[in-house]
Write a protein that binds this ligand. Structure first.
Ligand SMILES: C[S@@+](CC[C@H](N)C(=O)[O-])C[C@H]1O[C@@H](n2cnc3c(N)ncnc32)[C@H](O)[C@@H]1O
Length: 311
């Protein structure tokens, strides 16, 4: 299962330095790594492979072809790279992340599904790789965590071989992020009624909050206008820059359901509800993809995708 990633993106708190934001990202994701795959329904089977391949196809606007050497930035537990390896779109995969905990989970996932990857702890702004050493530099849901984007993009361009491809997906759009607050507000209002209907008690974390929630508020630092992403790629010397949007109805549905679920004791959320949320998400994702994405401007979608080429 793959549900929409949802972020409450805030402007960078002025009191925090870039180093503190990077440190918060490391600590937050080290802890998140333990339950990350189940929280987001990350799948490494056929569904995961088809989801990831569809995103690559959408971002590029064509059939992907094959990339011999790939580098993933902020690879987390391996959602993109491991699925792309299994789908045969990439030859050899290097997975980098600022969080050693995420890379540990990634290595366990790779061993379980029997694929080979190279992992390297790395900050996106200082990549420990030689110039021109990858044919594909990619990432999913990571750019919005990076304090100095021009510096990171310069690094992506540096390590790409001439003719290589840059590809990012799952980045929150500024407008889409604002629109997504509506279903969240509605869900917060109806949550007590919903819990009564499904017979669940209020979650302890909803009452007291916790360290993870506090850190979450400092790790999500950007939401993007499409032109802003394109500008960063062009400023790094990349060409054929393309920014597209995906997921609108699916994302609203995901926001509403996750907001409801976060208020309830997870043990008491019935399986039938989870099935409904999962199937509903997939149905709306298909509707977004067929009806809305080809017709509406990128800016209104929740997730932005960026593709570019190094000349
Ligand atoms: C929302 S998670 C996405 C993980 C994975 N790409 C996925 O889609 O499942 C963001 C990832 O970016 C990593 N990250 C955050 N800041 C980073 C930075 N400055 N450099 C490299 N990775 C970073 C986090 O540790 C985390 O694994």
């Amino acid at each position: 299962m793959d549900t929409a990633r949802e972020y409450m993106v805030r402007p960078m708190p002025p009191a925090l330095s870039a180093a503190q934001i990077r440190d918060a990202n490391t600590r937050y994701h080290d802890v998140a790594a333990q339950h990350y795959d189940s929280k987001w329904g990350i799948d490494f089977g056929e569904l995961g492979q088809s989801q990831v391949t569809a995103k690559v196809r959408k971002a590029l606007g064509r059939e992907p072809g094959h990339f011999a050497r790939s580098l993933e930035i902020g690879s987390g537990t391996g959602y993109f790279s491991l699925n792309l390896l299994r789908a045969g779109l990439i030859g050899s995969a290097t997975c980098s992340d600022i969080s050693p905990g995420m890379l540990e989970t990634l290595r366990a996932n790779a061993a379980r599904i029997d694929v080979e990857v190279h992992t390297e702890p790395a900050d996106a702004e200082r990549l420990p790789f030689a110039d021109e050493s990858f044919d594909l530099v990619l990432g999913h849901a990571v750019l919005h965590h990076i304090p100095d984007l021009p510096r990171a993009f310069a690094e992506f361009a540096r390590v790409l071989a001439p003719g290589g491809t840059l590809l990012f997906a799952g980045e929150p759009s500024r407008y889409g992020d604002r629109l997504a607050r509506v279903p969240k507000r509605i869900a917060t209002t109806v949550a007590p009624l919903w819990r009564r209907a499904i017979g669940a008690e209020r979650a302890r974390s909803a009452e007291h909050g916790d360290d993870a929630a506090a850190l979450e508020s400092v790790v999500d630092i950007h939401a993007f206008a499409p032109a802003e992403l394109a500008r960063n790629a062009r400023a790094a010397g990349l060409r054929d820059v393309r920014v597209t949007g995906e997921e609108l109805l699916a994302n609203w549905f995901g926001w509403a359901n996750r907001t409801l679920e976060a208020t309830a004791d997870p043990e008491q959320v019935p399986w039938a509800w989870r099935l409904y949320a999962y199937r509903g998400y997939l149905a709306l994702q298909a509707l977004d993809s067929k009806l809305l994405e080809p017709r509406m401007p990128a800016a209104i979608f929740y997730n932005l995708m960026l593709a570019a080429r190094k000349p």
